[in-house]
Ligand binder design. Structure first.
Ligand code: SF4
Length: 469
């Protein structure tokens, strides 16, 4: 058996084994074309191919064109079924799924040989990924986890894993990959405190603001939580997540800013997540409010995502598809920044990109970077903010958005595609896929750059027809 974790830098053609009977690939949608090319390559060598992970859950119909098996929720039984059947299913793969997420998963100790080989590739920060829970009790309609019931993982395994890590590192750094860490806050902190001496492991976690009250922050600091990544998303919606209730606009900015500044007194690193282009936003105001938030909260690192609909990831996507607002941007660009695949409700594309560019410029201006540097405690947090701002994330995205905006005016292939008058993908995007896939481009199946953006809606409608019959 061979396991390869692709971090984006490996030469897959030399790292992957030749002689395999079954190939399992787990991929996010932005890696779908790499996965499709690999499947084609391995099928050519006689292997059976299987895809799981978020892309398979979001776009099963499309993935089935290129894989023998497409897995939704996957547990041991699902894997056993695949391995028992182990046969070609072409041209359309078989879709299999368990009824829910697995109740248990192998812990860090069991996965150590795989984690270790992946961490060796990380140049500086060696973060060990852990999962304390799956799903989320909140119901943010745009989120893939909003429909997955919340479930804690086995506390005994988590406890053992934390202890195990202390035998592997002088000071481990654990990143909790829970969709929303700390839903059962006291239970998790009790478990951590019971497992290892306070402060012997550093942690980062993605938690919603509503879970980050001052008593919780005190306990997180005692247990060496060094970074949190709460979602603010919008100044005009989703108040439940940020504990701002019905507050909107500047009133919400004030409350969230106060809260984030409080968090910064306890936790050195905070990334605040925003979604740009939501239907609740209109005009310049949402963007101006984010700028005011940055002025009032200079220590927060802002992370922006363009509104994206990942196939059948979230219930809200059905509404977008019903109103024919989903564009067929190739999967490669669905990384929350490469393209916005939902036509904005209240902006022209040009006006939206003008606002996005203005906000990005403001967020990563010399003044903002300098203020963020001063307002952040600790060497690592300061340098992380600086590096992220001047790398592909800050400066790089600003450059990319400017390029898109410019092409909306000057590239004749852009407006018809963005306005859904033409399905012909602009050459600009094809060139990027070719460049990013490199030698794997040779194995990308014909037609793989195109998918049906309304497949989810069509499959729901066909269910209705079956029910009526
Ligand atoms: S709180 Fe976060 S993880 Fe939970 S449903 Fe909302 S966006 Fe998803």
């Amino acid at each position: 058996m061979a396991f390869v974790c692709y971090t984006g830098f490996e030469d897959l053609l030399t790292e992957l084994p030749d002689n395999v009977d079954v190939v399992f690939i787990g991929a996010f949608t932005e890696a779908a074309h790499t996965a499709y090319a690999l499947s084609n390559l391995f099928r050519g060598r006689g292997a059976i191919t299987v895809i799981g992970g978020p892309h398979a859950r979001c776009y099963p119909e499309d993935a089935a064109r290129y894989f023998d098996y497409v897995l939704g929720f996957t547990d041991k039984g699902t894997l056993r079924d695949v391995l028992r059947d182990r046969s070609q299913h072409r041209p359309a793969g078989v879709q299999l799924a368990a009824s829910q997420q697995p109740r248990t998963l192998p812990g860090v100790r069991e996965r150590w040989q795989f984690i270790d080989s992946t961490l060796r590739k990380a140049p500086l920060l060696k973060m060990v990924p852990m999962l304390g829970s799956l799903g989320c009790p909140y119901t943010c309609a745009f989120c893939i986890d909003s429909t997955v019931p919340y479930q804690p993982m086995d506390f005994e395994v988590l406890r053992e894993d934390l202890r195990f890590l202390l035998t592997r590192f002088k000071r481990p750094l654990v990143a909790w990959h829970d969709p929303n860490f700390g839903v059962r806050f006291d239970d998790y902190l009790d478990m951590i405190e019971d497992a290892v001496p306070s402060g012997s492991i550093d942690f980062v976690a993605e938690s919603s603001l509503s879970l980050l009250s001052e008593p919780h922050l005190k306990r997180l600091r005692r247990n060496s939580f060094k970074g949190v990544l709460p979602g603010i998303e919008s100044w005009f919606a989703l108040g439940g997540k940020s504990k701002t209730g019905a507050l909107v606009g500047m009133a919400k900015v004030r409350q969230v800013s106060e809260h984030v500044n409080l968090i910064l007194q306890y936790i050195p690193y905070i990334q605040t997540n925003f979604v740009l282009g939501l239907d609740t936003d209109e005009g310049a105001e949402p963007f101006e409010l984010t700028k005011r938030f940055l002025d009032m909260t200079p220590g927060a690192f802002p992370a922006y995502s363009l509104l994206s609909a990942f196939g059948r990831a979230a219930p809200l996507n059905l509404d977008y598809q019903r109103s024919n607002r989903v564009l067929p941007f190739p999967f490669h660009f669905l990384n929350n920044n490469g393209a916005m695949n939902v036509k904005p409700a209240n902006y022209s594309w040009q006006a939206l990109y003008d606002q996005i560019i203005d906000l990005t410029r403001y967020s990563f201006s010399t003044r903002a970077i300098f203020r963020r540097f001063l307002a952040t405690q600790g060497v690592t947090a300061r340098w992380m903010n600086l590096v992220r701002a001047v790398s592909t994330e800050g400066f790089g995205r600003a450059r990319y958005h400017r390029e898109i905006r410019n092409r909306l005016d000057h590239d004749p292939q852009f407006p018809p595609y963005f306005e859904q008058e033409s399905g012909v993908l602009p050459q600009f995007y094809k060139n990027i896929v070719r460049q990013d896939l490199g030698p794997l481009m040779e194995w990308l199946p014909d037609g793989a750059l195109y998918h049906d953006p309304n497949a989810y809606l069509k499959s729901e409608r066909s269910k209705d027809v079956v029910a009526l019959v």
